[in-house]
Design a protein around this ligand. Sequence first.
Ligand SMILES: Nc1ncnc2c1ncn2[C@@H]1O[C@H](COP(=O)(O)OP(=O)(O)O)[C@@H](O)[C@H]1O
Ligand SMILES: [Mg+2]
Length: 586
Amino acid sequence: MALSQGAVRRLLGYLTHYRLSFWLAVTLMALSAVFQSVLPVIMGKATDEIVAGNRAGLEESVLFLLVFVVLMFASGMLGQRIFAKVSQQALFDLRTSLFSRMQDLSLNFFDRQPIGELMSRVTSDIDVIDQFFSNSFQNVMQAVVSIVVVTAFMLWLSLSLTLLVYTVLFALLVFIWIVSHISGPIFTSLQEHLSRLNGYAEEHIEGQKVVLAFMQEGRSVDEFSAISKQAAQAGGRASFTALVTLPASTSTANLQSVLLLVVGGILVIHGRIELGLLVSFLGLSRGITGPLAHVFTSYSMLLNAIAGAGRVFSILDEEPAVADPPGAPAMPPLHGDVVFDHVDFAYVPGRTVLSDNSFHAGPGQVFGLCGPTGAGKSTIINILTRYYDIQKGAISIDGTNIASVQQDTLRIQVAQVLQVPFLFSDTIMENLRYARRDATDEECIAAAEQAGAHGFIMAQPDGYQTFLSDGGAGSLSQGQRQMLTIARAMVANPRLLILDEATSNVDTRTEKLINGGLLKLQEGKTSFIIAHRLATIRHADTILVINKGEIIERGSHDELMGKKGFYHTMFMSQFRGKLSGVAGID
Ligand SMILES: Nc1ncnc2c1ncn2[C@@H]1O[C@H](COP(=O)(O)OP(=O)(O)O)[C@@H](O)[C@H]1O
Ligand SMILES: [Mg+2]
């Protein structure tokens, strides 16, 4: 419970951040509740005037009634309007901080969480929080004000009738307390089930090609309905408890009226109280049960919001695993002298992926990395750009240990071209400029020419201003998109370049086109090129052969061929594959 209180307080913090508007809205809404509570008292007074046959008094009371109705309406409307603005702003802030947190989190956070579940979390949790802000919070607040004001009026009018109202109320509260203790955990589990369900659906829709390719549709459907069934059961239990609360509070309200009529009626008949007092009490007692019923029907919403907020905050509180040391300096402009010194690394503690890796790449040198799938090639790149921290040894660039500087200032000086080209939904020109905002149009066009992309860009409907919807997936081929990412890297023109299987997804003819651009891109940069097709790294100054996380051979292509070891065997098998026209090897 301590956690959920913390979550509520934090949620409210997003609202109270807009202090002035928030309190203005709350004051207006509270005033509206006060005005509403006054109405039954005036009604009672009007009744007494009627009984006394005082026409002038009746007119006065009716006038008061009208004034208060207008005041109640005006303050309520205004308060709600201001509150809606504040809550939308608060929601926007929450979304923004969540999004930027997710961008900051290191990759290993996403290794631990299915991405579909995370997306579902962010969208559906924010939705329930929205409902909390725009509904539950107001209900609870107005209910508290009404109950306090109404109780004050009741005590002022008659202590004994107040006690009567409260006795019935107490019974209701006990009942609700029991129900809420049963339904609380049910709602939390419902939300968790739903989130799992969404996560599963999203992942399997995204991965549908794979599902179909392995003919696993049946299995997906079975798994989905199993999860779905659990969610439905939790939903059934949750809605039962919600269904019980509303009739319970309505019946209590009616029971209360009956009791008041009986007890109050006898008192009126015996001349102990005025009829007006009884009328006031009948109205006032509704001013307690009504708001309470509201609160309890939005109770499930409140629990949902607390559960959602708890999960959202758990993301916000997640510390990036790769953290900058306090006061870390920026990485100075790179020359590109890279040293791996006895580096050990594991993604998961205890499961070593790289062991004792050492090498030195001087500025401007081209390093080729090859080896079987899963050997650890991409991992070397991941730790060089500090997406993960290493467990042992040291990685330094230009003599600076990369763990001692701000990670962003390192990454921004490295250009990467990965296996799957990633472009943003923006114009071609803006995509080229992405890594260096101040690049001129001319520089971008020159880079596109060097990368061999100028021709097909000009053939697009709007040339460089062509908008790439869906990151160009619809209008450009994979090879063309890769050429754009190469041009983008050229515009950035960093000292350190990483190519991770940049051409393994394109056909041989396109590869030839792209290779020219890639070779130009490497000029004057320390380059790490991971290649599946060994011909791509034949020109490298040094080739590292990685197997099972260890560097088992190193040297130039000619040296490695001379050794007749692992590299020689790999190269020859690819070469033979090509000669016999079998493309299966690569
Ligand atoms: N995010 C990760 N979490 C845990 N293990 C990983 C992760 N990424 C890669 N691995 C494991 O690390 C090893 C090396 O992977 P990787 O560097 O991607 O190989 P390569 O690029 O040489 O094909 C593999 O056994 C792989 O399963
Ligand atoms: Mg890889």
